[in-house]
Design a protein around this ligand. Structure first.
Ligand code: HEM
Length: 123
């Protein structure tokens, strides 16, 4: 069909990759988030690129390598309150500013990511 996936609307692998790397550079410097993450974010970023690719309607890269995402279960080892969810979203918002993700695709992504981030709250 003529319908672009959100993944395509974002700009595909190149833009997604830049967005995720920029996002984790902000996470690494956020006082409330950095302590939760490994010091080396290479593998975390690689998995997030796989996940967001399929989240946005691109190829199912995450599931092919790791199985069902079960995101809430995978986040249970980390104490996540509303504060951490908002911090995560603020890093993503800044990354979208930096990478110039604008317009409808930005609104669409932030709306879905906001729901997902709040779904991760476990404390
Ligand atoms: C993994 C924190 C929200 C997707 C992780 C890890 C942490 C974390 C500490 C483990 C990193 C590692 O060991 O490499 C948080 C916090 C959030 C949040 C504090 C705030 C709400 C989200 C959201 C998404 C997401 C909204 C999806 C849109 C993932 C994925 C992984 C991950 C795909 C990798 C899971 C795996 O090991 O296979 N997150 N996260 N996270 N997170 Fe989050």
């Amino acid at each position: 069909s003529n319908q672009m996936t959100p993944y395509e609307a974002l700009g595909g692998e190149a833009v997604l990759s830049e967005l995720v790397d920029t996002f984790y550079s902000y996470v690494a410097n956020h006082p409330d988030l950095a302590p939760l993450f490994p010091k080396d974010l290479t593998e975390t970023a690689r998995k997030q690129k796989q996940f967001l690719t399929q989240f946005l309607g691109g190829p199912s890269l995450y599931t092919e390598e790791h199985g069902h995402p079960m995101l809430r279960a995978r986040h249970m080892p980390f104490p996540i309150s509303k504060n951490e969810a908002e911090a995560w979203l603020s890093c993503m918002n800044k990354a979208m500013d930096t990478v110039n993700v604008e317009g409808l695709i930005r609104e669409y992504m932030m709306e879905r990511l906001t729901m997902t981030a709040h779904h991760m709250v476990n404390k």
